[in-house]
Design a binder for this molecule. Structure first.
Ligand SMILES: Cc1cc2nc3c(=O)[nH]c(=O)nc-3n(C[C@H](O)[C@H](O)[C@H](O)COP(=O)(O)OP(=O)(O)OC[C@H]3O[C@@H](n4cnc5c(N)ncnc54)[C@H](O)[C@@H]3O)c2cc1C
Length: 398
C-alpha cells in the first residue's frame, strides 16, 4: 500500500514526492500521463545534441531564499540574467521598455529624468484601472501600447487587452533607467545540467516509485493508496461538472540551424507582423557551446494542451465552484497551476508545494502525538486496573 499517489511529475508533484519520502518516510507512487518527468519544465538533448526545453523557454528566477536553497539540494546553478528584445518598426528594442527603448525608437537622447517626463506627458488618465489596456495606457500612453503591447496580447490571448484582467500586463514593468534585464529577482539562475536532471535527483529516493505514460484514472482503483496529491486540471478531476475551465494553448515549432547563433539575444518578441509571438534560442539559456543552434517559435492557439488560465472574472467564479468541491474532498490535496487554475511561475509552485508539505507534516506530527498520548493513556489505564486489583486483594486480607 502506498501512503501517497501523486498525480503529475511536474514541480508541484515532484517537490511533494521528495519531501514526503525523505522527511516523513512515506511510500510514494508518482505518475504522469506524459512519457517523462519534470512537467512543463522538461528539457532534453535533441537529435543534434542541443539541450532544449520541449514546452517553451523556462527561466528560473525567484526572490525566495527558501525556494532557491531547497532546489539547490538537487542541482548546481549557472548564473543567468534573461534579456529580451522586441521587433518594432524594423528595429530590435529592449523590452521591458526602458530609457534605451525610447531613445532608439524615436531617435532621441533623453536622460532618465527626461524619459520620466516623457512617460508622464503621454500617459492617459484612467480613473479606475481594471483591464490590461488600462494598465499600459495609464503608464506609457496609447502609441507605445499599440506598438509593443496591443497586438502581442491579442495574439497571445485571442482577446483585446481591453477584455482581459489587469493582472496580465501588470507583470510587464516599465523602467526609466537602462536596466535591460527581463527580471529583477534576487536569484536568477539555470540548473547547471538542466531541469530534467534536477528532477531525476529529486525523485531518486528509494521510497519513490515513478510510473509514466499513465493517466491516474487507469490505476486509481487498482493500486491501493491512502491519500492523493493531484496536480492535474481540477475541472477534469470533477468530470467537468460545472463546465470546462478555459485555457490558452501554444504550439511550439522547434528548429535546428546550421549556424552557431541566430538571434542577438535569448528571446526576440514579435508583437506585430508575425503569426508567432516570440523566438527563443536555447544556447543563451543553457550556456552550451555547439556549432549548430536550436530555436523554438511559439504560436498561440485556442485548442491544445492547457498552458495559460484565462484571467477573466467569470472564469474565476467557475474555478471557485471547483475549489469548493476540492476543499470538501477528503484525502485529496489539490496543488500546482492546473489544480488551482492559476498561472504560477516555477518558484511559486515550489513554494506552494512546500507550504502544503508543512501542513501535512504538522498534521502527521499531531496525529503521532495523539497516538503517543493514547498509548500513555492506555498504560495509565492498565496501571489503574492493576492498582484496583491490588486494592481488592488488600480488602480481602482485612
Ligand atoms: C510556455 C511557458 C513558459 C513558461 N516559462 C516560465 C519561466 O520562464 N519561468 C517560470 O518560472 N515559469 C514558467 N512557466 C510556468 C511553469 O511551466 C509552471 O510554473 C510549472 O510548470 C508548474 O508546475 P506544475 O507541477 O504545477 O504543473 P506541470 O508542470 O504542468 O505538471 C503537471 C503534470 O501533471 C500531469 N497530468 C495532468 N493530468 C494528468 C492525469 N490525468 N494523469 C496523470 N498525469 C497528469 C501533466 O502531464 C504534467 O506533467 C512557463 C509556462 C509556460 C506554459
Amino acid at each position: 500500500m502506498f501512503d501517497y499517489l501523486i498525480v503529475g511529475a511536474g514541480f508541484a508533484g515532484s517537490v511533494l514526492a521528495e519531501r514526503l519520502a525523505s522527511q516523513e518516510n512515506k511510500k510514494v507512487l508518482i505518475i504522469d500521463k506524459r512519457n517523462h518527468i519534470a512537467g512543463n519544465a522538461f528539457d532534453h538533448y535533441n537529435e543534434a545534441g542541443i539541450l532544449v526545453h520541449k514546452y517553451g523557454p523556462h527561466i528560473f528566477h525567484t526572490n525566495s531564499k527558501d525556494v532557491f536553497d531547497y532546489l539547490s539540494n538537487f542541482t548546481e546553478w549557472r548564473s543567468y540574467e534573461h534579456r529580451v528584445l522586441a521587433s518594432v518598426d524594423g528595429q530590435l528594442l529592449p523590452i521591458p521598455i526602458n530609457l534605451d527603448t525610447i531613445n532608439k525608437l524615436y531617435g532621441l537622447n533623453l536622460t532618465a529624468f527626461e524619459v520620466d517626463e516623457f512617460f508622464e506627458s503621454v500617459a492617459e488618465k484612467v480613473d479606475k484601472i481594471t483591464t490590461s489596456e488600462d494598465v499600459v495606457v495609464s503608464k506609457v500612453g496609447r502609441e507605445l501600447y499599440e506598438k509593443f503591447f496591443r497586438n502581442y496580447t491579442r495574439k497571445q490571448w485571442g482577446m483585446d487587452p481591453s477584455e482581459l484582467d489587469k493582472s496580465v500586463t501588470s507583470r510587464v514593468p516599465t523602467r526609466t533607467n537602462r536596466d535591460d534585464r527581463y527580471f529583477t529577482d534576487t536569484y536568477q539562475a539555470m540548473p547547471l545540467h538542466g531541469f530534467t536532471r534536477m528532477f531525476e535527483k529529486m525523485l531518486s529516493h528509494p521510497n519513490i516509485k515513478v510510473m509514466l505514460n499513465t493517466d491516474y484514472k487507469e490505476i486509481e482503483d487498482i493500486i491501493p493508496f491512502k491519500e492523493m496529491i493531484f496536480t492535474g486540471p481540477v475541472d477534469e478531476y470533477f468530470g467537468f461538472r460545472f463546465g470546462k475551465l478555459p485555457y490558452r494553448s501554444l504550439e511550439f515549432k522547434h528548429e535546428t540551424l546550421n549556424t552557431e547563433k541566430m538571434l542577438p539575444t535569448a528571446v526576440v518578441n514579435y508583437p506585430n507582423e508575425q503569426p508567432y509571438t516570440r523566438i527563443t534560442e536555447f544556447k543563451y539559456l543553457t550556456g552550451q557551446q555547439h556549432p549548430k543552434t536550436s530555436v523554438v517559435y511559439e504560436y498561440p492557439q485556442a485548442e491544445g494542451d492547457p498552458y495559460y488560465p484565462v484571467p477573466r472574472p467569470e472564469n474565476a467564479e467557475l474555478y471557485n465552484q471547483y475549489k469548493k468541491l476540492a476543499d470538501q474532498t477528503p484525502n485529496v490535496h489539490f496543488v500546482g497551476r492546473l489544480a488551482t487554475y492559476k498561472y504560477y511561475n516555477m518558484d511559486q509552485v515550489v513554494a506552494q508545494a512546500l507550504t502544503l508539505f508543512k501542513k501535512i507534516s504538522i498534521r502527521e506530527t499531531n496525529s503521532e502525538n495523539a497516538g503517543l498520548l493514547d498509548g500513555a493513556f492506555q498504560k495509565l489505564n492498565g496501571h489503574a486496573v492493576k492498582l484496583n486489583g491490588s486494592a481488592t486483594k488488600i480488602r480481602e486480607h482485612e
